[in-house]
Design a protein around this ligand. Structure first.
Ligand code: BLA
Length: 316
């Protein structure tokens, strides 16, 4: 029966993964990022209609070379969402990783939701942001449109989750005035605050999504497409997590995971190369400088004030 088989395919593709993650969420150890993902998926379902991404068939779970570390991948799409994807890693010696991102359809100039949390033994390296599609240092209108109303939210966390110190200077153009960049040693208290920040920031992103109207001007859509492609190209080449992924699953699988799953679109949304966008990384023979940063690390303190003004002078 045609309609029945369509229904069961829906059952399989939409409901089964949700049940699966509910089951996993019962098995979590003392600390896990699984509940962050559960929250985000449930909250998204309340606002829009998620369907599994075609990527789900190819990327679902992996066991690392060590035979113990588990990688879990989930991916969905929705009317305004080109790709919502998450990677969680539960490793040995307390290693926990969350890489959660939501990439809008190119008809929307919405920010990109970005939660990158790395926990090892006792140390946590945290980036939580609504990454601007157009950098918020040079695009005042864009900054006002999306972050103007969110500065009080950022202020709520600047004290409990203070600036994490110097970072790759090139990353700043992908961060917004509300970015949470922090490091801390593990404690229940800190993890609770991080969870609260994650929920607040995700709800704020969903609210922006709800309000977002389609760009209808073709030239604007082309700009959005290129801006997203530039972002993906940066992260597919220089994201700090790549080294660990290579160690866990080997170079070939890691490359596939990065380029086809995590930063899906890098091969399809545009034709420009990394060196087209970031010529400063050009090395002799046309190869890409392996260094993550050409400028070096900078921004010792938070370079945005409470009004969202960029206050760093000359990279400090
Ligand atoms: C470190 N991760 C970092 C740092 C940043 C980020 C800013 C500090 C080091 C630096 O200045 O580069 C995150 N950088 C980002 C993000 C953007 C960016 C989100 O430009 C977005 C535009 N991190 C992960 C995953 C792993 C991971 C999946 O997201 C591991 C699998 C690990 N991040 C990781 C590790 C470090 C790190 C190990 C510290 C080591 C290092 O500094 O190289």
């Amino acid at each position: 029966d045609f309609s029945l088989s369509r229904f069961s395919s829906f059952e399989f593709k939409v409901r089964a993964p949700l049940r699966m993650r509910q089951r996993y969420s019962l098995e979590v150890s003392a600390f896990s990022y699984q509940k962050f993902v559960n929250f985000a998926l449930e909250e998204t379902q309340r606002r829009t209609h998620l369907i599994p991404s075609p990527l789900q068939e190819q990327f679902s779970s992996l066991t690392a070379i060590d035979g113990q570390t588990k990688l879990q991948m989930l991916s969905f799409q929705a009317p305004k969402i080109r790709l919502l994807r998450s990677l969680t890693i539960e490793g040995t010696e307390g290693m926990q990783v969350l890489d959660f991102a939501v990439l809008p359809e190119p008809e929307f100039d919405l920010p990109i939701f970005c939660a990158n949390f790395f926990t090892a033994a006792n140390m946590n390296i945290i980036v939580l942001d609504l990454n601007p599609l157009y950098d918020a240092i040079n695009h005042a209108d864009y900054k006002q449109k999306y972050y103007g109303g969110l500065m009080p939210l950022a202020a709520k966390y600047t004290e409990p989750l203070p600036w994490g110190g110097k970072i790759t200077a090139e990353s700043m153009r992908f961060f917004s005035p509300i970015v949470i960049w922090t490091k801390f040693t593990s404690s229940q208290f800190k993890h609770d605050i991080l969870y609260s920040a994650f929920m607040d920031y995700y709800k704020a992103w969903l609210e922006l999504m709800d309000q977002a109207a389609k760009d209808t001007d073709d030239s604007q859509i082309i700009c959005n497409l290129e801006a997203q492609h530039k972002y993906l190209t940066w992260r597919a080449e220089k994201d700090p997590g790549h080294k660990i992924l290579k160690k866990l699953i080997g170079e070939t699988l890691a490359k596939d995971l990065v380029r086809s799953f995590l930063f899906n679109g890098v091969n399809t949304l545009g034709r420009k190369t990394f060196l087209d966008y970031f010529p400063e990384y050009h090395c002799e023979g046309g190869i890409i400088n392996a260094k993550r940063s050409i400028i070096g690390k900078s921004y010792e303190t938070r370079p945005w004030d409470t009004q969202g003004e960029f206050i760093a002078n000359n990279l400090q």
